[in-house]
Write a protein that binds this ligand. Sequence first.
Ligand code: PXP
Length: 237
Amino acid sequence: MATLGVNIDHVATIRQARRTVEPDPVWAAALAELGGADAITVHLREDRRHIQDRDLEVLRSTVQVKLNLEAAIAPAMIEIACRVKPDQVTLVPEKREEVTTEGGLDIVTHRTATAEAVRRLHEAGIAVSLFLDPSPRQIDAAVDLGVAAVELHTGCYANATTEAERHAQLAELSRAGAMIRQAKLELNAGHGLTYRNVVPVARLEGMGELNIGHSIVSRAVLVGFSQAVREMKALIG
Ligand code: PXP
């Protein structure tokens, strides 16, 4: 059965809109756990547009489930990860001008820098997941790097505008998922998943962690955080 990683970045986005102290993503993490979250995910971006260093540090000492940190392969970010020691680091691409993570990390082009980040994280005892497009070249490279997990980017599936396109994107995710499982890596997925589109992805064979942020936080504004997490957990289960 797929598990649920709740990404709480956008709780911090609301706080940063006023540069104040509320709402606190640390409180949201506690409520997400009460709603059944299997993991808490945060992205400490280089521009600190939402999650702040303080959030990561407090979360490290309060989160009782798995803490998953999304980070760029930049040495400064890896240094923070090695010091704070989340349970898992998911390496993601990062561009300052983007609204959200737009694609998977290209570990074929950035092989040397990725390998160095993976080496440092492994040395610190942290499990590594790579956020990748469902491309065989990228998955082969991930297997070579010896990481524990791959998170498939589900953005193209989520953005599909026709049933035929959605079906084709799901088939790609399914093929990539099979490669990941065959290589004995953990299969995770995320990006753009919502209460309406999550079920087919949750049903892919061997699906592990689904990382979902925007949709859960959006619902939480209206129904409360634990309730929003409970409803998503019921769908993916
Ligand atoms: N997984 C990764 C690697 C991400 O970068 C993001 C966005 O921060 C998500 C999952 C969650 O995406 P969404 O907010 O669209 O659910």
